[in-house]
Design a protein around this ligand. Structure first.
Ligand code: FES
Length: 152
């Protein structure tokens, strides 16, 4: 069965007609042409698909698009302002918080939520918040540094 899903994505009204079983991740990547959000495991284990829905962190692979009618979604494509990177994106560069880059969109979105929700009291607290975002290259130390720096 098909449904029309209406969302505000990165400040723009978007609609798509999708099968009811379509995940929010597939809606973004395949129907709305926003491939910045990555598909790692597609089962909630890696965090590569992290986006913000109404400012809360969500694994987009684990939730159906039709559940988010009229929601406000922010993806990695929505963070920069023109040429101006979001401060956390810049901090990832400054602190070498990435290697292959595949997990980076999810790491950055999780980090944005970490800062917004105030889980930055210590490196351990940041690490705990970020524990659902896996990085096969092992950039964890630098990712924590980027978040710590941006939260200051
Ligand atoms: Fe969603 Fe891995 S792709 S958690």
């Amino acid at each position: 069965q098909l449904s029309t899903v209406r969302l505000t994505v990165n400040g723009e009204q978007r609609t798509a007609k999708v099968d009811n079983r379509t995940s929010l991740l597939d809606l973004l990547r395949e129907h709305l042409d926003l491939p910045g959000t990555k598909k790692g495991c597609d089962q909630g284990a890696c965090g590569a698909c992290t986006v913000l829905v109404d400012d809360r962190r969500v694994n987009a692979c684990l939730t159906l698009a039709v559940m988010h009618q009229d929601a406000r979604v922010t993806t990695i494509e929505g963070l920069a302002r023109g040429e101006q990177l979001h401060p956390l994106q810049q901090a990832f560069i400054d602190h070498d918080g990435l290697q292959c880059g595949y997990c980076t969109p999810g790491q950055v979105m999780s980090g944005v939520a970490c800062i917004a929700e105030g889980h930055t009291g210590s490196r351990a607290e940041i690490r705990e918040w970020m524990s659902g975002n896996l990085c096969r290259c092992g950039a964890y130390t630098n990712i924590v540094s980027a978040i710590e720096q941006t939260a200051k």
